[in-house]
Design a protein around this ligand. Structure first.
Ligand code: KMH
Ligand code: ZN
Length: 272
C-alpha cells in the first residue's frame, strides 16, 4: 500500500466559531491552523477562506493572502483550494481561486441536499465548465462525491476526456443529503471506483473516525479537520485541526501505514 496522505480541511465554509472557537477565520488564524496540521503530519491543506467576521468568500485576493501565509510557514505542503465554496455562490465566484494556479482544486461532481433548505448545486454543465477551466491550467481535480451517482458522473465525463485520468476521488460520507457514513456504504463507494483511481475518505461528524480508519485499511487516504467535524469525541471539542491529524496518524502507524510527506503525496497523486 502507498503511504497515507493526510488532508487537513482546516476551515470549511459552514462551520463557525459557535461550533468550535478554534475554527479559523483571519489570515493569521488560517495560517496557524495550517501550520499546526502540517507539523502534525498533513501533506495537503484543503482550503476555504473567510472574511475576518467568518463570512465565507471565494475572493482570489483573500485566497492569495492565505496561500502565501500558508506557504511561508508550511514548507512544501500542497494547498488545495475549494471550488465548492459555500452553498449559494455563483460559479464565477467559486472558480476564483483557480486563477492562482494551485496544484490541485476540488471538482464537485453532483448536486446534493445540504441540510434544511440548502442545496449544493453542481449541474452536469457546471461540472463540465469547472473541469474544462482547470484542465488547461494543469490543475489536478480532486473529484468530490457525496453519493454513488456522482462517481458514475465522473466516470462518464472521464470517458469523454473532460476529466483527466487517473482520477483522485474524495468520498465524502455522511452529509445530510448524501450517502451515509457506514462501513457498508463506504465499501460500496470504493468498489464503484474505476481501476487506477486513488481516493481519500472524509466523514462528516461522528462517522469521521470510523470512515477514516476504514480507508486506511482499504488502501485509501484520509481527510480530517474542522470542515467535517469539530469534536474529538462526544462533548470533547478539538483544540486544533492538529488534534485530528495526530490521532489519525497514530492509528495509521498502528495499522502499518506510514504517513506521506508532501513530496511523497505529489508522487502518489501524479502532481508535477
Ligand atoms: N461547502 C460545501 C458547500 C468543496 O470544497 O469542493 C462544498 C464543499 C466542497 O466544501
Ligand atoms: Zn470543502
Amino acid at each position: 500500500m502507498d503511504k497515507l496522505i493526510i488532508t487537513a480541511a482546516i476551515c470549511g465554509a459552514e462551520v463557525t466559531k459557535e461550533h468550535n472557537e478554534a475554527v479559523p477565520y483571519t489570515v493569521e488564524e488560517i495560517a496557524r491552523e495550517a501550520r499546526l496540521a502540517y507539523e502534525a503530519g498533513a501533506s495537503i491543506i484543503h482550503l476555504h477562506v473567510r472574511e475576518d467576521d467568518g463570512t465565507p468568500t471565494q475572493s482570489a485576493k483573500r485566497f492569495r493572502e492565505c496561500m502565501e501565509a500558508i506557504k511561508a510557514c508550511c514548507g512544501d505542503v500542497i494547498v488545495q483550494p475549494s471550488t465548492g465554496g459555500a452553498v449559494g455562490m455563483s460559479n464565477d465566484e467559486r472558480l476564483e481561486p483557480i486563477t492562482l494556479l494551485p496544484e490541485m482544486a476540488t471538482l464537485d461532481c453532483g448536486t446534493c441536499n445540504f441540510g434544511g433548505d440548502d442545496i449544493f448545486v453542481n449541474t452536469e454543465n457546471t461540472i463540465i465548465e469547472f473541469a474544462q477551466r482547470m484542465k488547461p491550467l494543469g490543475i489536478k481535480p480532486e473529484v468530490e462525491v457525496f453519493d454513488k451517482g456522482m462517481i458514475d458522473m465522473a466516470i462518464r465525463l472521464a470517458k469523454k476526456g473532460i476529466i483527466p485520468t487517473p482520477m483522485h476521488f474524495n468520498l465524502v460520507m455522511g452529509v445530510n443529503g448524501g450517502i451515509s457514513g457506514t462501513p457498508r456504504d463506504l465499501l460500496f463507494m470504493v468498489e464503484s471506483l474505476p481501476a487506477g483511481s486513488t481516493f481519500t475518505v472524509s466523514g462528516v461528524g461522528r462517522c469521521q473516525l470510523a470512515m477514516n480508519t476504514m480507508s486506511i485499511l482499504l488502501g485509501g487516504h484520509v481527510r480530517v479537520g474542522f470542515e467535517d467535524n469539530v469534536n474529538l469525541a462526544k462533548g470533547v471539542k478539538a483544540k486544533s485541526n492538529a488534534d485530528f491529524v495526530t490521532r489519525i496518524r497514530e492509528i495509521a502507524f498502528t495499522l502499518g501505514r506510514e504517513t506521506a510527506t508532501p513530496s511523497e503525496a505529489r508522487a502518489i497523486l501524479g502532481l508535477k
